[in-house]
Design a protein around this ligand. Structure first.
Ligand code: SF4
Length: 408
C-alpha cells in the first residue's frame, strides 16, 4: 500500500508538492494520545492503545476543553494528536444540509472529529475547534442508540454514514470500529451504512460479514487535484484498486466527485478519472456517484491562505450562494457537471444514481433535464439505488472485479 506524503523539510506546514512516498496509513502520523480519565480503563481504549505502541499517552480530565481553538498554523499539529473521549451527546443526527439546496436525507453517525489527512480545501478546517483529532470510545452507547433508532423508525429506509466530520477509514486500522459497524448493519433490514474515505485502510474489513449492507465509498478527483491539494491521502489509482478489492468481496460501492475544482486541464483530468473508475471496478457494483463543485464559507479562504500560501484555486469567479457559501457561477457549475455526467453516462449501470450534492432545482434541470421531485425526491432515488446495488454487488462476490471501460 503506497501513500504519498510531503517532505515537510523546512516548515511545519505541508508544501504544495508531494515528494516523498511512504508506506503508511494515515494513523501513522499520530505522535501523541490524550485519554479522558474516565475512559482510560475501558477495554476498548486498551485495544486502541495496543495498536499504537510507542506513542506517548497522557491522561486528561473528563470533559476537557481547550482554552482556545487552534489557530490555522496549529491545525497541522492538531492532526497529529488523538484524543480518546466519551461522547456525551447524540451519535446520530441528520446531515446538516440547507433548505435552499437539494439535500439527500442522509443521517450522520458521529464517531469523532477531525482527520489526520490534510486536504487544502477541507471544510473541517473552518468548522472544528478541538486542538486534537477526537474519537469517541463509548461505543456501547453508540450501538445502543443505533439499535433504538432503527427499531423505532422501521418504516423509513436509513442511509447512515460516518464520513461527515471525519474520514470514515483514516483511523480505522487502530479503532477497528468500521468492522463492528459493518457486522452490526449486516443484521439490520431497511438500512445501509456508507463508509467514505480517501485512504485505503482495508485489510481488516474485507473479510467482515457485511450482507451487502455497507457501501464502501471513495472521494475521487482529478489526478492533478489529488496530487497537489490532498496531502497524506492515497493516490486516486490506489483508491480505485481498493474499491476493486471491495467489489470482489461483494460490497456495493460509491464514488464522490467532491469538490470538483477548476484548474488547467480540468476537463481531461476529470474525464480520465471517470474512465479509470469504470476500467477498475464493475459498473454493476456502484450504488451512486455524486458530483459537487467546490464551495466554502469565506473564512475558509483565509485559512487556506495562511496554511497553504501559494495556493490559487480559490481565486476564481465565485458568488455567495443562498447558504452564504461561495460557489462558482452557475454557468461554470453546469458546464462542469454536464461534462462529467456525459462521460459517466457512457459507462454507468442504469440503476446507479448519479446526483448533485447541494444544488438547486434549476441546476438539476440544466444538467439532467429533471428535478429530483419529479423522480420521487433525492432521498427516494438514493434509497432505491442502494437497495438495487446491494443485490447486484452480492451477486459479484468472488467474481472478477474489473470494469468494462477500456478508455482508462
Ligand atoms: S480526507 Fe476529507 S476529512 Fe480528511 S482532510 Fe481531506 S477533505 Fe478533510
Amino acid at each position: 500500500m503506497v501513500h504519498y506524503s510531503c517532505c515537510r523539510s523546512q516548515s511545519n506546514r505541508p508544501c504544495l508538492w508531494k515528494v516523498v512516498v511512504v508506506q503508511a496509513p494515515p494513523d501513522h502520523r499520530i505522535t501523541r494520545i490524550h485519554v479522558e480519565k474516565g475512559c482510560s480503563g475501558l477495554p476498548y481504549v486498551q485495544e486502541i492503545l495496543a495498536r499504537l505502541p510507542g506513542i506517548p499517552v497522557r491522561e486528561i480530565p473528563d470533559r476537557f476543553r481547550p482554552e482556545a481553538p487552534p489557530s490555522p498554523p496549529d491545525l497541522h499539529k492538531s492532526k497529529q494528536e488523538l484524543m480518546l473521549l466519551k461522547n456525551r451527546g447524540r451519535f446520530l443526527s441528520s446531515c446538516p444540509g440547507t433548505r435552499e439546496y437539494r439535500c439527500c436525507g442522509y443521517q450522520v453517525l458521529d464517531i469523532g472529529n477531525g482527520c489526520p489527512m490534510d486536504c487544502v480545501y477541507c471544510i473541517l478546517q473552518a468548522y472544528l475547534n478541538a486542538p486534537y483529532l477526537t474519537f469517541y470510545v463509548n461505543i456501547e452507547d453508540l450501538f445502543a442508540e443505533l439499535d433504538h433508532h432503527l427499531a423505532v423508525d422501521q418504516k423509513r429506509f436509513h442511509r447512515i454514514g460516518t464520513g461527515e466530520f471525519t474520514d470514515s477509514m483514516a483511523l480505522d486500522r487502530v479503532t477497528g470500529l468500521s468492522r463492528r459497524l459493518i457486522e452490526f448493519f449486516a443484521e439490520k433490514d431497511s438500512c445501509m451504512l456508507e463508509l467514505k474515505s480517501k485512504a485505503v485502510v482495508l485489510d481488516h474489513v474485507l473479510s467482515a460479514r457485511h450482507n451487502g449492507r455497507t457501501i464502501m465509498a471513495w472521494s475521487v478527483n482529478s489526478d492533478q487535484v489529488a496530487g497537489k491539494l490532498e496531502f497524506f491521502t492515497a493516490p486516486v489509482e490506489e483508491r480505485l484498486e481498493a474499491a476493486s478489492r471491495c467489489a470482489a468481496q461483494g460490497f456495493p460501492l460509491a464514488f464522490h466527485f467532491d469538490p470538483i475544482i477548476r484548474h488547467p486541464g480540468w476537463e481531461e483530468g476529470y474525464l480520465r478519472t471517470v474512465q479509470q473508475i469504470f476500467a477498475r471496478v464493475p459498473a454493476e457494483a456502484i450504488a451512486w456517484i455524486s458530483m459537487g463543485t467546490f464551495r466554502c464559507m469565506p473564512r475558509l479562504v483565509k485559512i487556506i491562505q495562511q496554511r497553504f500560501p501559494g495556493t490559487t484555486f480559490m481565486y476564481d469567479e465565485f458568488i455567495p450562494g443562498l447558504d452564504n457559501k461561495l460557489r462558482y457561477f452557475r454557468s461554470v457549475r453546469v458546464e462542469m457537471y454536464r461534462l462529467l455526467a456525459a462521460e459517466i453516462d457512457r459507462f454507468r449501470h442504469p440503476d446507479t444514481c448519479l446526483y448533485l450534492c447541494m444544488e438547486n432545482d434549476a441546476v438539476w434541470k440544466e444538467v439532467f433535464g429533471f428535478a429530483p421531485e419529479e423522480q420521487g425526491g433525492l432521498d427516494q432515488m438514493l434509497d432505491r439505488a442502494a437497495i438495487l446495488a446491494r443485490q447486484r454487488a452480492l451477486s459479484l462476490r468472488g467474481r472478477g472485479s474489473e470494469g468494462v471501460c477500456r478508455d482508462g
